[in-house]
Design a protein around this ligand. Structure first.
Ligand code: NGO
Length: 522
């Protein structure tokens, strides 16, 4: 007992010491390379810049660049308590500049020194990503919503950065449980911190249809009226959905809508009896089984339905992609599956969009330009992997979402209170420690368009659940999508990841404190 008490006192004393030392520690700026995702190149050197009451944010370039300046000001004002006016005169301590044609669509350069900070990019998205880097170079308390003491130092030097992959996604399943526009926006803000640029919304499944379709209104009003466990469900009106798309775009994320076809369609089949081969609508479904539903492939009305849904969804989608699911069509014969995909993929093209499908699409004939989203495991059968690799060699692009790596709904350990474990337990290191460029044997590295971390929501019901499963693993997925392979290494990553903990605390994100990560103790 005395020994336990003694060590408790020691811990308490260490805590007191750390707290006492904190102001001095805060005066040392964060090293320029302590950023997730790891920047492509970092050259530290020179004096730090200090944000003060007199700092201005000056913006040169388009109106959009000005909006990025306003966004930065909105991040910095509450915690610094400084006015930080956004000006166009080029004389701020923080300068955001657009220079045509140098850094690619999303790259940026950040120069920091005693005289100021300049973020230069060729497009507003690059400025926005540079701003995310700048946030991480400031003390974690910058993320708080009340005035903090500072000082607000940014280390001197240069960061030059651009992404490894153009497709860096996160998926949210809003079907198994419905999430409100506000909840989706919160997740968008969290994704933007890590330079994720695609938000894939899984808008339909057996348990719920979540998007209003004017020509088939019962899909949303009836098909969206419940969810896993039997709660009230919900759906997005078109105005809601446009608001999500607009908000995502303001954070430089493109929304990729998914209507899962021809399986995972019970909510649609329940809403319209005619869609069923036997003309009988099944009841709504609130369980978590998969693979039991299918559209009626031989019926003409099936294609009227698909055409209407794709047309209306494409009209709501400024982005390039439309995801048509295609996974677990266990109740559709192989011949029907192939016939269905042959008829449906051209409909997506007709409305100006590019097909994405789960990798089972490679069992049919992927349309030219289509992307297949791989969600297998290390021990997926060699035949299945070979089928995907062959499609990749024939020109089908790949998005990698290996379920035993970056399915955010997998439990971290057997004690994780949420999530599933069918693909295994996925601790933080496992989710980070793989290379998307050399993941699938026989698939050329050039076929890989990027990485996406899906969050299925059979067991996830609110923002706190989303955050607990996404953090810290989402940051690793983002890094795999953004950072050059040469920066990859668990020992370096875990230190940079640990530095995110206090930021998440400041943002009110309750993350999983994995014992694999050396989280700061104060
Ligand atoms: C699978 C299945 C989903 C489940 C998910 C749960 C895919 C592509 N289809 O992933 O319906 O929700 O697992 O982890």
């Amino acid at each position: 007992m005395a020994r336990i008490l003694g060590s408790l006192l020691l811990v308490a004393a260490a805590g007191a010491f750390t707290v006492g030392a904190a102001p001095a520690a805060r005066a040392t700026p964060t090293p320029l390379d302590r950023v997730v995702p790891a920047p492509a190149s970092v050259t530290p050197g020179g004096s730090p810049y200090r944000i003060t009451r007199g700092t201005r944010i000056s913006v040169t370039g388009s109106g959009e660049a000005r909006r990025v300046g306003e966004y930065l000001a909105a991040v910095l004002r509450p915690s610094t308590g400084y006015p930080l006016p956004v000006t166009a005169n080029g004389h701020g301590g923080i300068r955001l500049r657009i220079t045509k044609g140098v850094f690619g669509a999303e790259g940026y350069r950040l120069d920091s020194g005693r005289g100021g900070i300049t973020i230069t990019a060729s497009a507003p998205a690059g400025l926005f990503h540079g701003v995310q880097t700048l946030r991480q170079l400031l003390p974690a308390a910058v993320e708080k919503k009340s005035v903090q003491p500072g000082p607000w130092l940014v280390a001197g030097g240069t960061v030059q950065d651009s992404p490894r992959y153009a497709y860096r996604g996160a998926m949210l399943d809003v079907s198994r449980h419905f999430f409100t526009v506000a909840q989706v926006k919160r997740y968008i803000d969290e994704l933007a911190l890590y330079k994720i640029n695609k938000l894939h919304l899984h808008l339909s499944d057996d348990q719920g249809w979540r998007i209003a379709i004017d020509s088939w209104p019962r899909l949303a009003t009836y098909g969206g009226s419940t969810q896993v466990g039997g709660g009230p469900g919900g759906h997005y009106t078109k105005a809601d959905y446009r608001e999500i798309v607009r908000y995502a775009a303001s954070r430089y994320l493109e929304v990729v809508p998914e209507i899962d076809l021809p399986g995972h369609t019970n909510a649609a089949l329940a809403s319209y009896a005619d869609l069923n081969c036997d003309g009988v609508a099944p009841p709504l479904y609130t369980g978590t089984d998969v693979g039991f539903s299918t559209l009626c492939v031989p019926k003409k009305i099936t294609y009227d339905f698909v055409d209407d849904v794709v047309r209306e969804l494409a009209a709501l989608t400024p982005g390039r992609y439309l995801h048509i699911g295609g996974d677990e069509a266990h109740s559709t014969s192989h011949a029907d599956y192939v016939a269905f995909m042959d008829k449906v993929q051209p409909v997506v093209a007709k409305y100006g969009k590019t097909v994405i499908g789960w990798h089972q699409l490679t069992g049919a004939t992927p349309a030219p330009g289509a992307l297949a989203q791989y969600w297998g495991l290390d021990d997926t059968s060699a035949e299945e992997k070979a089928q995907v690799a062959k499609a990749a060699r024939n020109g089908t692009g790949l998005i990698l979402s290996p379920a035993d790596r970056i399915y955010l709904d997998m439990k971290y350990t057997e004690d994780t209170p949420l999530g599933q474990d069918w693909a295994g337990l996925v601790e933080v290191r496992r989710s980070y420690d793989w290379d998307p460029g050399h993941y699938l044997d026989g698939a050329p590295a050039s076929a890989v368009r990027g990485v996406e971390a899906p969050l299925w929501t059979e067991t996830i019901t609110d923002s706190a659940d989303i955050e607990y499963m996404a953090f810290p693993r989402l940051a690793g997925a983002a890094e795999l999508g953004w950072s050059p392979a040469a920066t990859h290494g668990w020992d370096g990553y875990k230190v940079r990841l640990a530095a995110q903990g206090p930021r998440w605390d400041a943002l009110g994100i309750k993350y999983y404190k994995s014992p694999q990560v050396p989280w700061p103790t104060s």
